[in-house]
Design a protein around this ligand. Structure first.
Ligand code: ATP
Ligand code: MG
Length: 333
């Protein structure tokens, strides 16, 4: 059975982008893969996180993942900082990766903004920790959104260089699973920027916990252009906001953008947005209700996470011990 790993940062409430680009695609993989899903709190602190909020958001993220259909009987769901292997392997990988490789990472450039010198060193070496997350389990399939493709390529470069430098065939190559018409959901305020849970503007995104009125309002206020919807996908060229809204409706109703345009082409956005809001509310309301239900019992969520971490450690610890031996670290015992 192939092993799957994926993670999500507790840097806010999960968004529609996280859901369509990642989480939704994790659920079916549980049936025929050995799956590990991780709330990556160590990644989250690469930018400032209020400690009280971080703890709360970590639990909320776990609740959201369970509400979306992750089943702790079928996968290991855990918190990154509970499994030391991630940090241990990350250090070794930070020594394998080259500065030149990290300099090319677009996520660092986006997140660091103009004052790069003031960004945390953690934000810069983020991809080394991400490579460790995956390779500590020898996972070979990683379901993520489009934005993580470059980091996965870097993880493969790290694995290859490690194997080459130490003359071993130890770390496998990773296959990114980037799926569906919504692998890159864009901001509701700017169709050229990715929707992100850490975007300062709450209006830029749909959160999985938004109530129906909030969803309707955010969609109504979403940026569009003055033209009606085109009849064909070719007409979405150069219209990023229109492309995004059509893509979201296609993804949420399990169809393709061309089918959405066959039905709604020629309509104005006011009319289309009503259809879109209704579809989103129908799909997301049960998830929001389930998140609320799960959060009423935080101890039950913690118990799931502790059991998940135990399963994760049982896989990762021997892999890290062997890595340390390959590198030449003296055995601990
Ligand atoms: P942050 O803004 O803190 O980076 P984020 O919304 O980008 O948060 P992450 O925790 O970084 O979320 O990523 C979790 C998963 O969601 C990853 O697989 C990522 O590729 C995917 N993802 C994030 N944003 C989008 C998006 N807009 N469209 C599709 N997938 C996305
Ligand atoms: Mg992100």
């Amino acid at each position: 059975m192939q092993r799957v790993f994926s993670g999500i940062q507790p840097s806010g409430v999960p968004t529609l982008g996280n859901y369509l680009g990642a989480i939704r695609n994790w659920v079916p993989l549980q049936e025929d893969h050995d799956c590990l899903f991780c709330v990556v709190d160590m990644h989250a602190i690469t930018v400032w996180q209020d400690p009280k909020l971080l703890a709360q958001q970590t639990r909320e993220m776990a609740a959201a993942l369970l509400a979306c259909g992750l089943d702790p009987r079928k996968c290991a769901l855990f918190v990154q900082s509970h499994v030391r292997a991630h940090a241990q392997l990350a250090w070794i990988f930070t020594c394998v990766a080259r500065i030149g490789w990290l300099n090319r990472m677009t996520q660092f450039k986006d997140k660091a903004g103009k004052d790069r010198e003031a960004a945390s060193a953690g934000l810069y070496v983020y991809p080394c920790l991400m490579a460790a997350d995956i390779l500590a389990y020898h996972a070979t399939r990683v379901p993520v959104g489009e934005d993580q493709k470059q980091h996965l390529e870097l993880a493969n470069d790290i694995a290859q260089k490690f194997n080459h430098d130490y003359g071993v065939d130890f770390f496998p190559q990773i296959e990114p699973l980037i799926q569906g018409v919504a692998a890159r959901v864009m901001s509701l305020r700017d169709g050229t920027r990715k929707m992100s849970k850490s975007d300062p503007s709450d209006q830029s995104r749909i959160n999985l916990t938004d109530d129906p009125d909030t969803i309707a309002l955010k969609i109504r206020r979403a940026k569009t252009d003055p033209l009606p919807l085109p009849e064909h996908v070719s007409g979405l060229e150069g219209r990023p906001e229109a492309r995004n809204l059509v893509g979201i409706l296609a993804a949420i109703t399990d169809t393709l953008p061309e089918n959405v345009l066959r039905e709604h082409g020629g309509k104005g956005f006011a009319q289309f947005k009503e259809v879109l809001a209704e579809a989103l509310i129908a799909h997301l309301s049960p998830i929001a209700a389930e998140i609320r239900r799960l959060l009423a019992d935080p101890h039950a969520i913690d118990a799931v996470l502790h059991a998940g971490a135990e399963r994760a450690r049982a896989i990762a610890d021997p892999i890290v011990a062997r890595t340390q031996e390959i590198v030449g670290f003296l055995p601990e015992r």
